[in-house]
Design a binder for this molecule. Structure first.
Ligand SMILES: Cc1cc2nc3c(=O)[nH]c(=O)nc-3n(C[C@H](O)[C@H](O)[C@H](O)COP(=O)(O)OP(=O)(O)OC[C@H]3O[C@@H](n4cnc5c(N)ncnc54)[C@H](O)[C@@H]3O)c2cc1C
Length: 228
């Protein structure tokens, strides 16, 4: 389920179980047109609507050994490594959404007149903008620091999960504040902030949910304590 670009893909990179053990996963490349391999129609989503999502189905689908990627049973490690990179990348999308919300709010606060003055004059609006700015900068600096660590070979499952837990959550909050700052227009399709909230919500779910990030971090940090 939930495969990005499923309808457009000529090949699918599929992790499949090839043994009884929890980690017996192997990767195969399955080509479009392989008997038994079908792709569903596009699934309608609340956001990220320019990125199509579908379901892949395998019914008695035979794939030759020549299509295997790497060695049999080696794919858990590949999957986990790919997921770390995906989690950091997705957090970058949330940072972009937060920045776009902030930019849009500053613009709107300077344009919209209410009770004879621009919204920008009101301290409650100023507070929202100041909070959004400081949250966005906290996001940026956390993400860039972790990217720097990764670029220098210092990879950490806990850190990638921590970034993925915090940035999408913060961007959803910022996007909701951006809707609030726009009043009625924030709730309408005339302004982009409602779309940004819908788009960003996916980042709290895809590549592992917030709850799964919490589980990974807690497991890593408490591994020894939980053993005894
Ligand atoms: C638009 C979209 C695109 C996607 N693209 C891809 C893709 O290209 N490739 C791909 O492989 N996947 C893709 N996914 C799948 C995505 O990674 C999963 O949807 C996501 O990891 C959540 O899994 P799930 O949907 O099975 O939810 P579930 O696992 O059913 O979770 C339901 C709820 O239960 C919670 N939960 C689950 N287990 C536990 C637990 N042990 N303890 C506490 N809470 C728990 C979850 O956090 C969530 O709140 C995509 C998903 C979406 C929505």
């Amino acid at each position: 389920m939930w495969i990005t670009n499923a309808q457009y893909a000529d090949v699918a990179y599929v992790y499949t179980r090839t043994g009884a053990g929890k980690k017996d996963l192997t990767t195969f490349i399955v080509e479009k047109g392989t008997p038994g391999f079908t792709v569903s129609k596009e699934i309608h989503k609340m956001g990220m609507r320019s990125s199509p999502t579908g379901e892949l189905s395998f019914q008695k689908c035979k794939v030759p050994v020549a299509n295997r990627v790497g060695n049999e049973g080696d794919s858990t490690i590949h999957m986990m490594k790919n997921l770390e990179i995906e989690r950091i990348t997705i957090s970058g999308i949330s940072l972009g959404i937060a920045q776009a919300c902030l930019d849009q709010c500053i613009k709107y606060a300077g344009e919209r007149k209410q009770f004879g003055k621009n919204l920008a004059h009101y301290q409650l609006i100023q507070k929202m903008i100041a909070e959004m700015y400081s949250e966005t900068e906290a996001m940026r600096r956390m993400l860039f620091t972790v990217c720097y660590e990764y670029d220098h070979g210092n990879k950490s499952n806990s850190l990638a999960s921590a970034v993925k837990l915090q940035l999408p959550k913060m961007a959803t909050k910022i996007a909701l504040d951006a809707i609030q700052l726009h009043g009625g227009y924030g709730y309408s399709r005339e302004f982009p902030v409602e779309r940004m909230m819908r788009d960003n919500k996916l980042n709290e779910i895809g590549a592992g949910t917030n709850e799964v990030m919490i589980m990974i971090i807690a497991k890593n940090l408490l591994r020894d304590a939980l053993r005894s």
